[in-house]
Design a protein around this ligand. Structure first.
Ligand code: NAD
Ligand code: TDX
Length: 332
């Protein structure tokens, strides 16, 4: 099978390529990646994948690559909420126009398509809300990032209904694991701690995210690609709710630092309070279960990865921190 993976030099996409190499060694993988600040060529070392540098919104390169594929898995996106608050345009261009461009190509060439999306399209929940997100939850995105992801999901659904495109969709909760950019919460705190600094918690630190190991996410994606109902959406989650303060305290403990050795900083504007996924549909209809049940052990392994791979993250660290400072992040 010839698989085109967009955004395969990023965090989740590169882990998808590694997982595919381990579990489906006969697949021929081509990665289409614009190699933005978030793309790392090193992340594909040893996978045997062919890397094509190009933009998912470039109809010519997309058409050529889709024509030669049996399956497209679309990870490419501008993915960071804080960046979307500073400069929304690249999010509209890549997440909306890029998805449109891919949909037109898979429609033309009748190629199977899987769309990677996020639980953030559903907005947020109160801390004491007994409900979790399901496939029936109404879209209610908060940020420029999540609204462009929601828009891209709606394009996919329309292309399925109007043109018979063979597509499935998945909306996953917060991923953690190796090769995640240092702008994101967990790698930012780990690398700051490795540098002797103090973790930085937005606001009161009580915001809740539903953490899943990146390999569990990608295993679910393969399950949906192979067994999912055409046109359907599946929510992917591993019952991993934790507030940010607890995550920071766990990292401090694992790295031998006192539990209060962090600072509160300026809150993110419009900061979603809580995400929580009910993945019953995926589990009951497709028989999927997560394998990484122990979040603390997963965090310990992630710390080890960043400790062992400083050459991977070091080049981006100073510029990322300078970006946060320039955006006005200050201790409160
Ligand atoms: P990432 O920022 O680490 O990687 C994105 C990749 O896409 C990078 O390699 C980048 O170079 C590439 N890219 C960006 N613009 C492009 C363009 N115009 N053309 C081609 N390539 C382009 O992101 P990630 O965290 O790996 O997220 C991957 C996907 O998963 C995204 O669609 C995101 O919305 C979704 N998602 C992420 C999470 C999470 O916790 N990180 C959770 C749920 C869903
Ligand atoms: O330094 C920080 N301090 C902090 O308290 C950073 C970078 C974040 N935070 C908070 C904000 C969130 O409550 O930690 C939480 C997680 O933040 P991010 O890593 O930026 O993730 P989030 O905004 O939840 O979005 C992520 O999950 C859903 C991904 O970046 C998205 O791509 C995905 O769709």
């Amino acid at each position: 099978m010839r698989v085109l993976v967009t955004g395969g030099a990023g965090f989740i996409g590169s882990n998808f390529v590694h997982l595919t190499r381990r579990t489906r060694p006969d697949a021929q993988v081509t990665v289409l990646d614009a190699m933005t600040y978030a793309g790392h060529e090193q992340s594909l070392t040893g996978t045997g994948a062919t890397l094509v540098r190009g933009d998912v919104a470039d109809a010519d390169v997309v058409d050529r690559l889709v024509a030669d594929a049996d399956l497209v898995v679309h990870f490419a996106a501008e993915s960071h909420n804080d960046n979307s608050l500073r400069e929304p345009w690249p999010f509209v261009q890549t997440n909306v126009i890029g998805t449109y461009t891919l949909l037109e190509a898979v429609r033309r060439h009748d190629v199977r398509y899987h769309h990677i999306s996020t639980d953030e399209v559903y907005g947020d929940l109160a801390l004491d809300d007994p409900h979790r997100f399901t496939e029936a939850t109404a879209y209610n995105p908060s940020s420029p990032y999540s609204s462009t992801k929601g828009a891209s999901d709606l394009l996919v659904r329309a292309w399925v209904r109007s043109f018979g495109v063979r597509a499935t969709l998945s909306n996953c909760s917060n991923n953690y694991g190796p090769r995640q950019h240092v702008e994101k919460f967990i790698p930012r705190q780990i690398t700051t701690l490795l540098d002797g600094g103090r973790p930085r918690l937005y606001g009161d630190g009580m915001n809740v995210r539903d953490w899943i190991h990146v390999d569990d996410h990608n295993d679910a994606v393969w399950t949906i690609v192979e067994r999912g109902e055409m046109g359907a959406t599946y929510l992917i989650g591993a019952d991993g709710e934790a507030d940010n303060l607890t995550v920071v305290r766990t990292l401090l403990d694992l790295m031998g630092r006192p539990g209060d050795d962090f600072e509160h900083v300026t809150d993110r504007p419009g900061h979603d309070r809580r995400y929580a996924i009910d993945s019953t549909r995926l589990r009951t209809e497709l028989g999927w279960t997560p394998r990484y049940g122990d979040f603390r052990a997963g965090l310990a392994a992630t710390i080890d990865w960043y400790r062992d791979n400083e050459d991977w993250w070091r080049p981006a660290k100073a510029a990322t921190e300078a970006g946060y400072a320039a955006a006005g992040e200050t201790a409160v």
